[in-house]
Write a protein that binds this ligand. Structure first.
Ligand SMILES: [Zn+2]
Length: 436
């Protein structure tokens, strides 16, 4: 699914609050570090699955010699290789070959390299046959000696996708409940993103609310988890009302989340048509910052740096584009017979847009500025229902796509399978937990 129209990490941080946000980033980096160092540690004993050096092992009786070296802080690959006793010209040639597939400047301290040397004949010097390393858990880069010099290659490590599940009941906050029930942070983030179309996480979560989630885990050939994949199924029960969502790829190959009735959970309109912005002024009566008197604020303001892209909140047609008094540079999009959205104070518009242009949800239509009656760079955003501004945060959003006919049948069958897999996996997890 397209990620950019979902709630940004910054917004998630804001939702979780300062402390939680800190914990979140801390946990996230720890998790990543662990994954990286685990795979790095393994590479000590790893035989490279790519480009293994059979062709140069022409002397069958003697095993090739293997060595693992680490890039020290402040050092570089040349120094690291020559410190092993490798000849300077050989190291140079290997690094030059490497440049075809990987920029050695991107190497970081702590990176491990596996070196393989051909078995030496008596009185002859040892030859470097292969240099390989994993710059990230999903990539293996190797430089191998051939008859015509060194050749480099970069290959993706094939990962196995597994499914896992988690569930929990909220006592204080979603974050604490997720932590207590072992929900990985990236999965929690995806869950919040998914439900942010309908749930205001600062207001709607109550003690006793609960969630379920099934997600992908990607493992390497050693069975180590490298990263988390997509959410497949999720459920949130808020004040006794359960919303189950299923990931489904339709006949056009588009993946989205649908409820039990086959209705897309992606809303026809986005509440926040900008990423990484801070809600700086809500909808309702307020003292006007420039005019000084109390006035109805008919939209919401998002403070963001000048030039931040602004997205079309939904599919539609540009009804108005250009200067519009106090609104400054202004766009209004007509989405259907009853809904329009408006965007004000823009620095400028996306190239090629004019009245009547068709736009799709998530298309960049312009950039944050401070044109018109504005005190600083921000987006003023309005949702209009039947020509009247409504509160974008509280308005019940028009729903998106609905599956019909055979597509609906296929979806319902798939959803049933996901639900059964969830039930089986959570039973397995409970068995494992009670056995410990
Ligand atoms: Zn405003």
């Amino acid at each position: 699914m397209a990620g950019r129209d979902l709630v940004s990490i910054a917004t998630v941080m804001a939702i979780l609050g300062g402390t939680a946000g800190y914990l979140l980033s801390d946990h996230y980096s720890n998790a990543t570090d662990t994954a990286l160092s685990a795979s790095a540690a393994e590479s000590n004993v790893m035989t490279s699955p790519v480009g293994s050096v059979t062709e140069t092992a022409s002397i069958p009786d003697i095993e090739p010699r293997r060595e693992t070296v680490i890039l020290e802080k402040g050092s570089n690959l040349m120094a690291t290789l020559t410190a092993t006793g490798l000849e300077r010209t050989v190291a140079y040639n290997a690094i030059e070959a490497l440049r075809d597939v990987y920029n050695p400047r991107k190497l970081r301290a702590g990176q491990e390299f596996d070196l393989v040397y051909s078995a030496p004949m008596e009185d002859s010097i040892e030859l470097l046959d292969e240099l390989s390393f994993q710059p990230d858990p999903e990539t293996i880069v190797s430089v191998s000696r051939t008859d015509s010099g060194f050749e480099a290659s970069s290959d993706k490590i094939e990962l196995t996708t597994k499914k896992n599940v988690a569930s929990g009941t909220i006592e204080q906050s979603l974050f604490l409940a997720a932590e207590r029930n072992g929900v990985p942070i990236p999965v929690l983030m995806s869950l919040i993103e998914l439900y942010s179309y309908e749930v205001d996480f600062q207001r709607d979560i109550q003690p006793g609310d609960s969630f379920e989630v099934m997600y992908q885990e990607l493992e390497n050939d050693k069975g180590e988890r490298v990263r988390y994949g997509d959410l497949l199924y999720a459920s949130m029960t808020l004040s006794g009302h359960e919303v189950r969502l299923y990931s489904y790829t339709d006949s056009n190959g588009e993946t989205d989340f649908y409820n039990q009735k086959g209705e897309s959970y992606r809303r026809a309109l986005m509440r926040t048509p900008i990423n990484g912005a801070r809600l700086s002024s809500g909808f309702g009566k307020r003292k006007h910052p420039i005019l000084g008197y109390t006035k109805m604020h008919k939209g919401i303001d998002f403070a963001a740096p000048r030039g931040t892209p602004i997205f079309a909140a939904g599919n539609g047609t540009i009804a108005k584009i250009g200067r519009n008094g106090g609104y400054g540079n202004y766009i209004r999009i007509r989405h259907n017979d009853s809904y329009e959205t408006a965007y004000a104070h823009m620095k400028g518009f996306a190239k090629g847009l004019k009245q009547g242009s068709r736009v799709k949800q998530g298309d960049v239509i312009g950039y944050v500025g401070t044109t018109g009656a504005s005190t600083g760079p921000h987006l003023h955003y309005e949702i209009l229902k039947n020509n009247a501004q409504v509160n974008p945060i509280r308005v019940k959003m028009p729903s998106g796509k609905k599956l019909k006919g055979d597509e609906l049948k296929t979806f319902l069958a798939d959803a049933d399978i996901l639900r059964k897999q969830y039930a089986e996996l959570s039973l397995d997890n409970r068995k494992i937990a009670s056995a410990q």
